[in-house]
Design a protein around this ligand. Structure first.
Ligand SMILES: Cc1ncc(COP(=O)(O)O)c(C=O)c1O
Length: 402
């Protein structure tokens, strides 16, 4: 068979569009912190579906909540009131500095909603001239056109222009670069408290305080993209709680329903007030199934002491990784918050992630040269020891001179 024919046949046998660089592994089952492939091989999952399955795979109480809701009412449209949606919104507003919630289905949608709300608020409060958004280099906000425009990484934007007008990009940690972009046209500053995909890069507390002050002085809204950092990932429900700065709008998704697609935009009352009927909508957003899974997830997270567990195990993981960094010259820096931790290398991290996968440990690459750890929030110290042991062996095998 010619090469071309076999490529064509591969294309026919897998009709899924090839937008992902997938590892040659097929996952068929999960249990807690473990994933199982089609051949029965077991993996310690330190990806958690990229910071999604916060409570671990196949959590029995979440499964029960989903099954019960599916038997009762799966979907009914936002034409009608949805009790689970109200209850979840109530929880999120109690937990946050925000007053109202809009539900959607993903992180990118939560960013789109945040941008729309900021622009609409500025439009009604100050006029149409005030519509510009300042985002940051190394950011990642999603793949839809608005979120992609906010994502300041050429590799994601290339070939998809023209992008959405009105966006500027500042340098993280460089206040002067932000100040130089601020004008009477600026309506919002958008950032991830810890840049996840960009390489697990936390924004400093001092810098965030200065950004908040700048926003207050110029009537600019501060949007925190907590899609990856939210729902307990950093050891508090929202990362901002540890940073001494309150945002005006928060985008949430990923871990909010432990794997059932959901997103949310949380906003202060004055912003929510401009979002009157007809300004924004989503067919599936906050439907009974997603919000039942979301409620079960948030309740378990809060009632079972998981936030304190994240703070403890996050420190434990960072400490263990620091020991590895001290031992292996290839490893440069450990950074992050809670159970969102990165180990930067002096070279691309793909080789390490691949070798760990072969040894039964799942990790992700972030920002090219960072190995990212986002285990389920229920991970134990023993499981962290196992993961670090595998990584130690891999680093020794790949990079130690013989
Ligand atoms: C911080 C952040 N914002 C937004 C997104 C986009 O989320 P989604 O893939 O659900 O659209 C991601 C996804 O990785 C993210 O990490």
């Amino acid at each position: 068979m010619s090469n071309t024919t076999s490529q064509n046949q591969a294309h026919i046998s897998n009709p899924v569009m090839q937008t992902y660089g997938r590892w040659p592994v097929t996952m068929v089952k999960g249990e807690g912190v473990w994933l199982y492939d089609a051949e029965g091989k077991r993996y310690l999952d330190f990806t958690a579906g990229i910071a999604v399955t916060a409570l671990g795979h196949a959590h029995p109480e979440i499964a029960q909540a989903i099954a019960e809701q599916a038997r009762t009412l799966l979907h009914c449209s936002n034409l009608y009131h949805i009790p689970g949606q109200i209850e979840l919104a109530q929880k999120l507003t109690e937990l946050s500095c925000c007053d109202k919630v809009f539900f959607c289905n993903s992180g990118a949608e939560a960013i789109e909603g945040s941008i729309k709300m900021a622009r609409r608020y500025a439009y009604q409060t100050y006029g149409p001239h005030k519509h510009e958004i300042i985002a940051f280099e190394h950011s990642f906000h999603g793949r839809t056109l608005g979120a992609l425009t906010a994502t300041c990484q050429a590799k994601y934007q290339e070939g998809f222009g023209p992008l959405v007008p009105g966006f500027h990009y500042a340098k993280p940690g460089d206040l002067a670069s932000v100040q130089s972009l601020v004008s009477e046209k600026t309506c919002a500053i958008l950032l991830e408290p810890v840049q996840g995909e960009g390489g697990v890069r936390p924004f400093g507390q001092e810098f965030l305080a200065a950004i908040r002050q700048l926003c207050d002085e110029h009537g600019i809204l501060l949007i925190f993209d907590e899609v990856q950092t939210g729902v307990g990932r950093t050891g508090t429900f929202f990362a901002y709680e540890q940073l001494g700065v309150e945002p005006d709008i928060i985008a949430l998704a990923k871990g909010l329903a432990n794997g059932v697609p959901i997103g949310a935009v949380l906003a202060k009352q004055k912003i929510a007030a401009v979002m009157v009927p007809g300004t924004h909508a989503s067919t599936f957003g906050g439907n009974p199934l997603a919000t039942a899974a979301g409620l079960a997830t948030v309740n378990i997270l809060l009632q079972q002491g998981i936030l304190a567990h994240v703070r403890e195990t996050g420190q434990y993981l960072a400490g263990k990784l620091q020991t590895l960094a001290d031992k292996h010259p290839v490893a440069q820096e450990v950074r992050g918050m809670g159970l969102l931790v990165g180990l930067t290398l002096d070279r691309p991290a793909g080789e390490v992630v691949q070798a760990c996968l072969e040894k039964g440990l799942l990790l992700t690459v972030a920002g090219g040269n960072t190995v990212r750890f986002t285990p389920p929030l229920v991970v134990t110290k023993e499981q962290i020891d196992q993961a670090v042991e595998i990584l130690d062996q891999v680093l020794a095998k790949l990079y130690q001179p013989v």
